[in-house]
Every structure is written in C-alpha cells, then in structure tokens.
Ligand binder design. Sequence first.
Ligand code: AMP
Length: 325
Amino acid sequence: MRTIKRDIYRNIIKIIKKHSTIVIARHIGPDPDAIASQIALRDAIRLTYPEKKVYAVGAGVHKFKYLGNLDKPDYNELEDVLLIVLDVPNFKRVDGIEDLKYKHILKIDHHPAEDIIGTVDWTDEDKSSTCEMITDLLLDTKLEMDTRIAENLFIGIVFDSDRFLLQNTSLETFKTVYRLLDYSKIDFAPLYENLYNRSLNEEKFRAYLTNNIEISENGMGFINVKPETLEKFKLEITAVSNQVNNFSFIRELICWMFVTYDAKNEIFKVNIRSRGPVVNEIASRYNGGGHKYASGARVKDYEDIESLRKDLDEACEEYIKEQEK
Ligand code: AMP
C-alpha cells in the first residue's frame, strides 16, 4: 500500500475513533452507489465500534430498500457529531443535513472536488465508485465487514461502473472486487436480480426513447420526456435516469442528454452522457456537474435547456474535428 493511502486510512480511523456520534450523508436523488456506500460504512462502524451512535441519513428510495434501512435521528439530541459525506462534492446536493450541527467533516468521494473540504478528505476521481473506496478502506483497516456489507459494496461498484463497462473502471477496480469476493465469499450472481429486474413497461419506454431521440449531425442526442409520456408508460421520473446508460454503445451517438420536468420542484432535470467530449464543465454552467463523461444538471427555464443542448452539440463538433486531425 502506498504511503499516501496509508496516511489517509490512518486519518480516517483516527477521526472516526474520536467521535461518539457519526452521521453519514450522501447526495440528493441517490443511486445504489450513494446508498450502498452509506449503509455499508454505517454498518461497518457499528460492527467495529458498537458503543458509537451511527446514522445514515437522507430521503429513502423505495426501489433501493433492499440495501437496508436509513435512520431519522433527532438532530437536537446529538452531540460531538462527525459528519461523513459520501459520493457528493458540494454542499447544495447533500441530502438531509440542513439542521445538523457537526464538529468535523470526513469526506470520501470520487467526483471532482468542489466546495466540501473535509477535515479528513479522501477525494479520488480515478475511482469507479464510492463503494470501491469504502471496500478498500474496510479491507485495509480494522473496520469490520460482514456478508451484508460486502453485498452492498459489490452492488454499488457494479452499478456505478455499469457492470465494468464505463471508463471509470480500472485495474484497481478489478483488484478491489477480487479482494472483496475473495474475503467475503459472497454469492454475487443473485445480487443482479435487484439491480436489473424491470417491468415490461420500462423496456417499452426504452424502445420509445430509441425511436424518438433526435440526433444531430455531430452525434449529439436529445430527448425531452414529457410528464404525459411517463404517465402513459406508468413510470416515475426516475425511469429516465435509469435508461441513460443504456445508450452508451450506439455508434451514432457521441453525447446525449435526456430531459424531464420535475413538477414537484418546478425544475428540468437533465442527464448527460458522453463518449467523446468532457461534459461536466459544460454542465457546471447550468447548475450541474458530475463526472467527465457522466453529468447532470437542474435547469429552471427551457431556454437554458436549448442553450445547453447547443453547447453540447458544439462540443461534439469540436471533438469530431480533433479526432479527424
Ligand atoms: P445522473 O445523470 O443523475 O446519473 O448523474 C450523473 C452524475 O452527475 C452523477 O455523478 C451525479 O452526482 C452528477 N450530477 C447530477 N446532477 C447534478 C447536478 N445538478 N449538479 C452536480 N452534479 C450532478
């Protein structure tokens, strides 16, 4: 193990040991990597330090209930709190800590750094997932792991790397997964059921997206999914995000954005993926961000949607020109 990593692990254990109460948070609109990393780390700390009070907070998602339950502590009763922030780089996207008073932050994340700087900070953009980082942490320190924890970590890694298909998958990812499976001996194949089980309507919706996506001559794909379309397919708004990675290997697409209107929050939700230009810098101009090739944005006016679409299209055009040089 390299010295830097050893130092980080030492500092992480030190700060966890120092606090009697720990609240673990992650981003709004959580995915399996966010929730699995949160629950796995909570359970590992509880297992290792039974005397500590440890809570995983934020809104629950029915679909991911199989990963475990979240907690709803009374923040007024908590003292000496360490806030652990997982899988999110910016305060505005952390879920459920508005009224929490905390002493220190431990941040563990694989997004490019933004405004959250932890007292102890482990940010590594090269990691496939936050679960990959938590797996390494558990395997290389005294933090304990049981079967359930190992299963959750495996699910988070598989989800965020899209079954090891995405560019964020590295040799390190495979090493970590090998070590996780070797150590825990979990039966991993049945775990895919929860992740990939879907209704026929969802498949029909995928066909709808394929049939209706508009593709520019620069390979920029665009679709605005209207609320009435989702109603027709009897699907929730999250169904759109669930589909965006399925367009990864379509030859005609270099970059694609899916738009949906979140009526509750009166905002357009955008999912962006690319296998050409870097898109997170573009997304950041539209109240968004994320990874180089997988980003999102929240946009108030439809005019900005058109403008974002144009910016992405131009980025694709430039990318093509670069490739032709
Ligand atoms: P999604 O398309 O929702 O799967 O998100 C892809 C990536 O972009 C994830 O890493 C998200 O955390 C990030 N992301 C999504 N929406 C936003 C946003 N409004 N601001 C910053 N990052 C975002």
